[in-house]
Design a protein around this ligand. Sequence first.
Ligand SMILES: [Zn+2]
Ligand SMILES: [Zn+2]
Length: 305
Amino acid sequence: MQPTNLDHHRIRARRADFACDGEVRYAPVKSLWFSGMAAAALVGGYFFFRWDALALFVVSTACVLLFGHSLGSHRQLIHHSFQCPGWLRRTLIYCGVLVGLAGPLGILRQHELRDYAQRLPICHDYLRHGRSFWTDAWWQLHCDLHLTHPPRIQLEPLVANDRFLHWLEKTWMLQQLPVAMLFYLWGGWAFVFWGVCARVTAGVLGHWLIGWFAHNRGAMNYEVRGAAVQGRNIPWTSLLTMGESWHNNHHAFPGSARLGLAPGEWDPGWWMLMLLERCGLVWDLRLPESLPPRPELVKARSMVR
Ligand SMILES: [Zn+2]
Ligand SMILES: [Zn+2]
């Protein structure tokens, strides 16, 4: 059964099986970026430990995850799940770049491919986090998937014509430098190791970790029938991930600005959006009930493995 709602995707594939054939290859730049940050965080973080540096790590990580990754990259750039002024959109996306995962267009392309592939009946294990924990860690943190028949990803004019986004795409690694300089002037090397290296390490590692669990373990409220993999909700990381770990809900309603849907499903990203809406800074927040119906979506009996 071919899932519906794929028409609005940015993926333009010539073959139905494009998401299956591919090779996972070592990606030197990605691997060195993560390994270098992790090594610097471990060694520098140990020798330059200070409590105020640890506090900076906690606050700066929370800020880039909330405003950058969750609101800027995911709920705005990728899903357009709310509207806001251009300056705020760019500020949020810039914060998303500071997480250190990739450039804005790289993030968008990766997400688009995964999102599309996971809705197909079968897709490559790389795209569905389908291998063991350690194999997936190696793949996602150090390798890239090279599809034999890669699809075209068609970007909408709002994204394709934004020169700021293209500039960020070319310079996303360098964007840590101004932050590092600011932190160095403010608190010396301790602030650089904790506020940049440890923050980037936690962001990249956490993104993979949540990605693995959110496709392998945890409860389901909904089932997308015929999909290669189901999203899972991970309640205990809801605050840490700013609500992003309600991934089963996200598979069910990808265009919703709200991820924690049931009572008790804490969603800090949604709380922030409601606050910004009250200030008049965001509007047109999309919710599950305003999205087109999906016949393949059914209520699931909660399953925990
Ligand atoms: Zn997913
Ligand atoms: Zn998404």
